[in-house]
Design a protein around this ligand. Structure first.
Ligand code: 3EB
Length: 345
């Protein structure tokens, strides 16, 4: 029996129709050693650690060469509210529901970081648009030797990546006002991996009041600015999601606290609080008051020896709830020792 937008479930409760009430996806941490997840509603499974290639045929399964620094979960499971269609097209792996597209590409040859970024982005941008999910929400970039010189260009590979990404986004006509949230981290496994989440309709790009927008960084940091927003706020019928980019100890555009990993974590948490405050004030997300209300944070630590210090500051400032992954990866400026991304879903 239908009653306005509510359904009566035949027993005792009124419930919203599934497409209205369910979040389009939710993320859960798991261990890759025990993976008996229900398959038909799984959009993606991202496993961090040694890349074994054992998942090569299922497009939803990705291995990222970033070792987990704590015992426990090493995988993200992205569960959806609806059946998932999956496949491969020209080496792009994808999975989608009617509302959400996950797509990934891995280029084995990442020797030219600018060329790899240009190619991966050109192909992914073409793909998600042709599939009918033109709104980029969130992108992750993982590749090897992040800070090594890019040939004899005078740039490092992160700066070269930024140039290639910039070219591809510009060629696709994406303007600064529509950039997705992003992460870019250095791995210890060869190749260039990009995966993304896209939707039918755009979210709102969010900037951080404590930071210069990355796409407006002065040229000191590279000839082409990093093209991402600090977060994407996406309104779903079930409520808003917030996808927070990798956040570093940067205020304005300058790195802070060189050599002091604890102070870098504190600065990052100040940045996250400012960003979240900006969102909840301006956009009415009242159930998200601070980093402790996030569903998941991922902490990228440059030196494994800093794990304990980073962990201690996070426990002191945020507590033990959001689910957390601590991953060993390289950060895109030499002096940056830690970076944190967040998900509210
Ligand atoms: C920063 O704020 C730190 O190039 O996609 C964070 C998140 C950083 C994403 C990217 C870079 C990127 O500039 C680095």
């Amino acid at each position: 029996m239908m009653c306005g937008s509510l359904w009566y479930d035949g027993r005792s409760r009124f419930v919203y129709p599934a497409a209205m009430s369910q979040p389009p996806f939710q993320v859960q941490l798991a261990s890759s050693r025990e993976t008996a997840e229900a398959d038909d509603r799984l959009l993606a499974r991202i496993t961090f650690g040694p890349v074994t290639g054992s998942d090569a045929d299922d497009p939803r399964r990705i291995q990222v060469g970033l070792p987990a620094l704590l015992d426990g979960p090493d995988s993200e499971l992205w569960h959806t509210d609806a059946p998932v269609t999956r496949g491969w097209r020209d080496d792009i792996g994808f999975a989608h529901t009617d509302r959400l597209l996950f797509a990934r590409i891995h280029l084995p040859d990442s020797s030219d970081a600018a060329a790899a970024a240009r190619e991966a982005y050109a192909r992914l941008l073409d793909f998600h648009r042709s599939m009918g999910y033109p709104a980029l929400l969130r992108i992750w970039n993982y590749f090897d030797r992040l800070l090594a010189p890019a040939g004899d260009s005078g740039l490092d590979r992160y700066q070269a990546f930024c140039a290639g990404r910039h070219d591809a986004l510009e060629a696709a006509g994406l303007d600064a006002a529509a950039l997705p949230a992003a992460t870019a981290i250095g791995t210890d496994s060869p190749g260039f991996l990009v995966y993304l989440l896209a939707a039918r309709e755009a979210g709102d790009p969010i900037e951080n009041p404590r930071q210069v927008s990355a796409y407006r960084y002065p040229p000191d940091y590279g000839p082409r600015s990093p093209t991402f927003s600090r977060a994407t706020l996406k309104d779903w019928p079930s409520g808003a999601h917030l996808y927070i980019s990798g956040t570093a100890s940067i205020v304005g555009h300058a790195s802070r606290h060189e050599g002091d990993v604890r102070a870098q974590v504190d600065e990052i948490i100040d940045n996250l609080e400012a960003l979240i405050g900006n969102v909840s004030r301006g956009h009415g997300l009242d159930t998200l008051a601070g980093p402790g209300d996030l569903s998941l944070i991922k902490v990228y630590v440059k030196h494994a020896r800093d794990l304990e210090a980073v962990h201690e500051r996070i426990r002191a400032r945020i507590g033990t709830y959001p689910a957390m992954l601590f991953l060993h990866g390289d950060i895109c400026r030499r002096e940056l020792l830690v970076e944190i991304e967040g998900l509210y879903a």
